[in-house]
Design a protein around this ligand. Sequence first.
Ligand code: IPE
Ligand code: IPE
Ligand code: MG
Length: 240
Amino acid sequence: MERVRLMSEGNIPCHVAIIMDGNGRWAKKRGLPRLLGHRKGVKALEKTVDHAAAAGVKYLSAYAFSTENWKRSITEVAGLMAIFGRYIGKKTAALKAKHGRIRFAGRRDRLPPSIVRALEAAEESTRDETGLQLILCVDYGGRAEVVDAVKKILASGVDADAVTEDLLSARMYLPDVPDPDLIIRTSGEERLSNFWLWTGAYSELYFTETLWPDFDETALDAALASYAGRQRRMGGRLEA
Ligand code: IPE
Ligand code: IPE
Ligand code: MG
């Protein structure tokens, strides 16, 4: 696969990645428990998936739980896991009906086994679908992804001289998924928080003050419009 392109093909990003941030602040502003913010966040994701598919986006990755999010209270973590379980159970059939595919990026050894089973069942039942691919990043960390790739390489006994960028890329969680063209972060924070560290090397970044539960079709259109106006050089220079 040609990973480095001078310009994106067309103005619609092939892979849009979203750091869905601000659920807690959304709830706090309304005097509600944080988990209600997360529940409202699921609705925003549903809208965003449908609108992205209609806009021609092929891959949508959603950062739902980072390798650092285990530091939160046990109540919040357990509540989030319950929300993931319900979301996957409910959305798999609906997405499949629209030819969407669900995939999962992250560590699989620390999540509740029921969640891993649900994610793997969703992957399995949608694996032949050819529409939008929704990539749920759960217990995902960019550094963990690189560490896991290095472990796989060492275990295969590869010579140091044979270690290349292509080899590392091939050992990331989803090697067939194109690098994210656009990374959106909501809630006004302007950092990656360990998202797509390897594959996001040349992603365009878009930050919005909108809190994730308020993100909707108009907000996605604004991000796509910003992307469409950018010039991606990837270290090269376009001929005058
Ligand atoms: C994002 O919302 C969802 C997760 C990280 C699981 P937050 O829970 O981080 O919301 P804020 O940043 O506290 O507002
Ligand atoms: C990043 O948000 C992770 C997810 C959205 C899942 P956080 O709220 O955890 O990130 P920080 O702590 O503000 O960097
Ligand atoms: Mg946050």
